[in-house]
Design a binder for this molecule. Structure first.
Ligand code: ASP
Length: 313
């Protein structure tokens, strides 16, 4: 097993063999999660603190379940209603948490780079659960596991990432991961939402959905990140759906066995037609949720092994 990281801050820091290590271990955890007794002991005796400075449903519950299944003591801190509101700085919050001796700290924050800064101030392993528009590494890893299990491989696939790429940390992390694993990536969306700079990473850029989806193996849809927009990016949601919403007509341009993905939460009728999202022959959206728990178990297990080694040295 190869995994050299102290923290999981982004896909940027991971080498392809480390990505494969996480996915291989996650495959084992998928089997555990499907069995009757779902308990492992990889995190026994360890304390996991979840600090979410931004709302989350699936990511927070997925991390919580992952930690509990592996035997950690898990504490959720409600940062929305916390002393941050009273003016405490991020560093002071970090120092307070650090004094409670956590082993794993899972952090979501609206500012890019905030999680990395926090990781420099604490003595435990930090996992980035999404920082601003920057990265969301466990999302990209769970997407990779979903693709690998559906397609039997994670290289030389044609993958279209569609929609609001500019504001999406999911797109950024996926782009980095899929590029490292040598896939052909297309970015599809209105020019206002697809930064031209991404083409430098070797992606093809399309502003027409039908052209962009032609013969792809994977269609990855993204949520319109309205909370990160300051207006003027799309004419109207109706118009956006008409041109960029995934419906049967547009999907027909992809390969016959192409899978459809979405990280959630979904805006039905804005970026995706509800019947496509619910079509169990095409959509792997529920698999993504299942893979999420397994990938987070694997990531925390690997970080905990490295933490133990460092502390023993
Ligand atoms: N849940 C993902 C995230 O936190 C995707 C989204 O919100 O659109 O980035």
């Amino acid at each position: 097993m190869t995994f050299r990281q102290t923290h999981l801050l982004g896909i940027e820091q991971l080498a392809p063999d480390e990505i494969t290590t996480v996915l291989d271990l996650a495959d084992e955890y998928v089997a555990l999660n499907r069995s009757h007794d779902k308990h492992g002991d990889a995190l026994k005796g360890l304390t996991q603190v979840n600090m979410f400075f931004e709302n989350s449903t699936r990511t927070q519950s997925s991390f919580e379940l992952a930690g509990r299944r592996l035997g950690a003591d898990v504490m959720n801190m409600s940062m929305q209603a916390s002393s941050i509101k009273k003016g405490e700085t991020l560093i002071d919050t970090a120092m307070t948490i650090n004094a409670m001796h956590p082993d794993l700290l899972v952090v979501r924050h609206p500012h890019s780079g905030a999680v990395e800064m926090l990781s420099q101030k604490v003595n435990c392993a930090v996992l980035n659960a999404g920082d601003g528009k920057h990265e969301h590494p466990t999302q990209a890893l769970l997407d990779a596991l979903t693709i690998r299990r559906a397609k039997g491989r994670l290289h030389r696939l044609n993958i279209a990432i569609c929609g609001d790429i500019a504001h999406s940390r999911v797109a950024r992390s996926n782009l980095l991961l899929l590029h490292k694993m040598e896939n052909r990536i297309r970015l599809v969306g209105p020019t206002t939402l697809v930064p031209g700079a991404f083409a430098e990473l070797g992606c093809e850029v399309y502003d027409d959905m039908k052209e962009g989806l032609k013969d792809v193996d994977v269609v990855m849809m993204l949520r319109l990140q309205k909370e990160r927009m300051d207006g003027g990016f799309i004419p109207s949601e109706r118009e956006y759906y008409h041109r960029y919403g995934l419906d049967a007509e547009k999907l027909a341009f992809a390969k016959e066995d192409a899978i459809v993905m979405h990280p959630g939460p979904m805006n039905r009728g804005v970026e995706i037609d509800g019947t496509i999202a619910d079509d169990i022959n095409r959509s792997v959206i529920q698999d993504q949720v299942e893979m999420g728990v397994a990938v987070r178990m694997a990531a925390m297990d690997l970080l905990a092994r490295n933490l133990r080694e460092r502390r023993a040295a």
